[in-house]
Design a protein around this ligand. Structure first.
Ligand code: NDP
Ligand code: MG
Length: 386
């Protein structure tokens, strides 16, 4: 009988977390859920505890933690200062990192330091501190498996090839809900429209990032660290059908592409079971039903976030951490109706010019600059609100 794979899911109540538990549901004999972590959604976490019977859970929001305790769930509830980090260090086969934002950095590092293999959807830690994450993983001999669909695609295309043979990576972008619109037509956009993605069903923050194209900018930086390539070798192409999830071009001109349906369960299963290939009883891509696969250049003037992220990637050091923090604050303000859609890039641009980046990349430097960039962003956002 197959030995069960022990997994922990950080962010089990989110879009990726729920998809991962759907995957687990298909394979009750293959996976054992050891740990689950949530932030505020206690009602869903309680259902997940009842169904998957994890040994331990962590809740980062203190009020939500108190509410969970009142239900006296049949599991160990971690209650130290940094419960997600503690959960991430419990020995398992894979920790799936699926919280949203910079808050995922410490738990990701904790999982790596504990020697746990990591499957990473949470891209912001790579943007903030990709060098640090990859160095720690190398030192600890820990595998880092990308879940983000483009990076998962590249991982599969690049496998078995010499890294020095890679000429460039083409990251595909759907273009988001506002693809084809002029900048002037984006003035009045509301959060409800920005979070309606045409091809993927995702959490609010990444949906807004997809609408501004910041998501693709963050993915350039994520790819730099995952595949050890400079920003100049990573290119973005708009592909509205989201069938090709990314492509790798080799120096001899051959290009390998990865195709698939737009469902995160596929990259999640791949990462959890790698290097095995496991059958997923789900709808496959019907090649003959596809009408056209089209490709386009991004519109940098309507979507300035992409250029801002590329610039931060080229500057390097703490510049991407500054960009990421400013963007998180701006997206949060936009979702709360405190900031207009077009002002998201204005805030990021302003903060990137206000705060000088440094070449340091140790954890304290990254966290300090993250904090400074957030404070600066709050100031800029407050001025817009006047
Ligand atoms: P969601 O917003 O749907 O879920 C976020 C998860 O993180 C929830 O479990 C939430 O808990 C938890 N969380 C929120 N804030 C905190 C916090 N301060 N501390 C700890 N946990 C917190 O996001 P997604 O699932 O869409 O995305 C997760 C990550 O994966 C992001 O980094 C995103 O960029 C990346 N990603 C997502 C894809 C997708 O298809 N959704 C595709 C590729 C990458 P709770 O709900 O309990 O409050
Ligand atoms: Mg992606």
């Amino acid at each position: 009988m197959l030995e069960k794979q022990r997994i922990t899911i950080l962010g089990s109540t989110g879009s990726i977390g729920k998809s991962a538990l759907d995957v687990v549901r298909h394979y009750p004999d293959r996976f054992e859920v050891v740990g689950l972590a949530a932030h505020q959604n206690i009602s869903l976490l309680l259902k997940q505890i009842a169904e998957f019977q994890p040994a331990c859970v962590a809740v980062s929001d203190p009020n939500a933690l108190a509410a969970l305790r009142q239900h006296d769930p049949p599991t160990t509830v971690l209650d130290d200062d940094r419960p997600l980090e503690s959960l991430a260090t419990i020995p398992v086969d894979t920790v799936l990192c699926a919280v949203v934002g910079a808050v995922g950095l410490r738990p990701l590092l904790a999982a790596i330091d504990a020697g746990n293999r990591v499957a990473v959807a949470n891209k912001e830690p790579f943007v903030m501190a990709g060098r640090l994450v990859m160095e720690r993983a190398r030192k600890r001999g820990v595998e880092v498996l990308p879940v983000d669909s483009e990076h998962n695609a590249i991982f599969q295309c690049i496998h078995g090839h010499e890294q020095s043979d890679v000429a460039c990576i083409h990251l595909t972008a759907s273009g988001g809900p506002f693809y084809g619109r002029e900048r002037s037509a984006l003035e009045e956009v509301l959060p409800e429209e920005a979070t309606k993605h045409p091809t993927w069903d995702m959490g609010a923050k990444i949906s807004v990032d997809s609408a501004t194209l910041m998501n693709k900018g963050l993915e350039i930086i994520e790819a730099m660290w995952l595949f050890d390539l400079p920003a100049e070798q990573i290119d973005v192409v708009i592909h509205p059908q989201s069938i090709i999830h990314s492509l790798v071009e080799f120096r001899d001109g051959n290009i390998l592409a990865h195709l698939g349906v737009t469902d995160m369960k596929f990259p999640i299963l791949f990462a959890l079971t790698y290097p095995e290939r496991v059958e997923l009883p789900m709808k496959r891509l019907d090649l003959t039903a596809m009408k056209a696969l089209t490709f386009d250049v991004p519109d940098f003037s309507a979507f300035p976030c992409l250029a801002l992220a590329r610039q931060a990637a080229i500057t390097g050091g703490t510049a991407p951490a500054i960009l990421n923090a400013a963007n998180e604050e701006a997206v949060s303000a936009f979702c709360d109706h405190r900031l207009g859609f077009l002002q998201i890039s204005d805030v990021v641009d302003a903060v990137c010019s206000m705060i000088e980046s440094s070449s340091g990349y140790h954890l304290e430097a990254v966290l300090a600059v993250d904090q400074r960039a957030r404070e600066a962003a709050q100031g800029v956002i407050a001025r817009y609100a006047l």
